[in-house]
Design a protein around this ligand. Structure first.
Ligand SMILES: Cc1cc2nc3c(=O)[nH]c(=O)nc-3n(C[C@H](O)[C@H](O)[C@H](O)COP(=O)(O)OP(=O)(O)OC[C@H]3O[C@@H](n4cnc5c(N)ncnc54)[C@H](O)[C@@H]3O)c2cc1C
Length: 397
């Protein structure tokens, strides 16, 4: 074969997981080449966390990951932990802070993380080929993988596939990993968008769009899973951390219950208010609990008569309580992969060693990162999965 470069390890995908796997393998004196169809590395890292990259979380736990096999992520997460990644960030003197719930963000820019990863790759003599389209991959009888591209061919002992999931096609997401997995006889579990805003039926959307921009503390529940965080009303539907989190547990047709006053009891509050300010209108009273324009909207939404609270009968107060504490919404869908932060589902982990990410039936072939059926919560969990799965593959490739 003409123009075929021989290396020890090829990594396809210069995203979070691929860059981490590449520099790890390079540190073990492996000759590593990274191929990516994009012009530059780490595009998702650069836009993540609003440009500040929520790179990990103090409270990484297997329970905060969705996977058909809830035990699968344990080994990688314990072999390369958040503390090791934080140590690396510290070594580079990258300033960061805890925003909330253990979520660590760069003070300045996500570029700091990409620069750090590229610097680590440089130290490990990793080489790169960008704008490279992979046209074919095969494993030959000599045990080597042959990777054909629009530029040249490569052969390698170990092939690490880190091309991610389907979220944000605008940033270059492709189903490459799924197709390659199928080529090697692996099952790909059905995929769907995760960490994604909900869309609403036209009537509710119209009603709520007038209060778009309002953010309120809620607890959202579906399928026995609850998240207590902010919910944001947008002109397209519902978003904000609470909604993004619950969206990963939601399936089309499921109902979502929103508690708009999670740590309070509206019946008790109104009972107290009846003594102190019986003549206050229900609208003005709700304005003491919610943003004013949202309180006004709740009156319409829940069909509450805007009368002085002393005129509300017990049944009306109870109905208000049910609406406020257990507002039932049936999202009409999600915004889909266009805006989803992650892809749920993917390559079935049954085919992979949880210790190394190597395909059990194909020695030398590894799948890492978002391409496999492991999806983290919002809050740095997905990047930690990229670092951890990348590290174990890099150690074993
Ligand atoms: C808007 C947004 C914000 C996010 N914020 C956070 C956050 O703050 N914290 C967090 O933990 N997670 C966050 N995530 C999720 C996180 O970005 C992903 O989970 C993570 O990037 C997955 O890493 P990966 O390496 O598996 O895939 P990716 O980072 O997606 O990398 C895949 C790489 O493969 C390349 N590629 C794809 N197809 C091909 C192909 N056919 N040929 C060659 N190359 C290919 C791509 O160009 C890309 O470089 C966010 C995601 C989005 C979309």
């Amino acid at each position: 074969m003409t123009n075929c470069e021989s290396v020890d390890v090829i990594v396809i995908g210069a995203g979070a997981a691929g860059l981490f796997a590449a520099n790890t393998a390079g540190k073990n004196n492996r000759k590593v080449k990274v191929l990516d169809h994009a012009k530059k590395p780490g595009k998702k890292i650069l836009i993540s966390g609003g440009g500040r990259c929520n790179f990990t979380n103090y409270y990484i736990e297997p329970e905060k990951y969705l996977c058909k096999n809830p035990h699968f992520c344990k080994s990688a997460l314990s072999q390369y932990t958040q503390w090791e990644f934080i140590g690396l960030v510290d070594d580079y003197n990258i300033p960061y802070h805890e925003k909330t719930l253990g979520q660590l963000f760069c003070d300045d820019s996500a570029k700091d993380i990409v620069n750090m990863l590229m610097n680590e790759c440089e130290k490990s003599n990793v080489s790169f080929s960008f704008q490279t389209e992979i046209t074919k991959v095969e494993k030959c009888e000599d045990g080597q993988f042959y990777v054909y591209t629009n530029k040249q061919s490569y052969k390698c002992e170990s092939l690490i596939v880190a091309t991610g999931g389907l979220s944000m096609p605008k940033l270059g997401a492709t189903p490459f990993a799924y197709k390659l997995a199928e080529q090697f006889g692996l099952t790909v579990l059905p995929t769907r968008a995760g960490l994604v805003p909900f869309t609403l039926d036209p009537v509710l959307k119209e009603l709520l769009s007038e209060v778009s921009g309002v953010s309120t503390d809620v607890t959202v529940t579906t399928n026995n899973m609850s998240f207590a965080e902010d919910m944001l009303i947008t002109h397209r539907g519902l978003s904000g951390p609470a909604i993004l989190q619950i969206s990963s547990y939601w399936h089309p047709g499921d109902q979502v219950e929103v508690n708009l006053l999670p740590n309070k009891d509206i019946e008790q509050l109104i009972t107290a208010a009846l003594i102190e300010q019986p003549n206050i209108s229900i609208k003005n009273y709700l304005s003491t609990l919610f943003a004013k324009r949202f309180a006004e909207k709740l009156i319409t939404l829940f069909d509450i008569p805007n009368v002085p609270i002393k005129q509300l009968n017990h049944k009306q107060i109870q109905a208000l309580s049910v609406n406020i504490h257990a507002w039932k919404i049936k999202p009409s869908g999600t915004e889909g992969y266009r805006t989803a932060e992650v892809t749920i589902g993917g390559i079935d982990t049954d085919h992979l060693s949880s210790k190394t990410m190597e395909v059990k039936s194909v020695s030398g072939l590894f799948f890492i990162g978002e391409a496999i059926d492991v999806t983290g919560w919002l809050g740095g969990y997905n990047f930690q999965w990229a670092w951890s799965s990348g590290w174990v593959a890099g150690q074993n490739a």
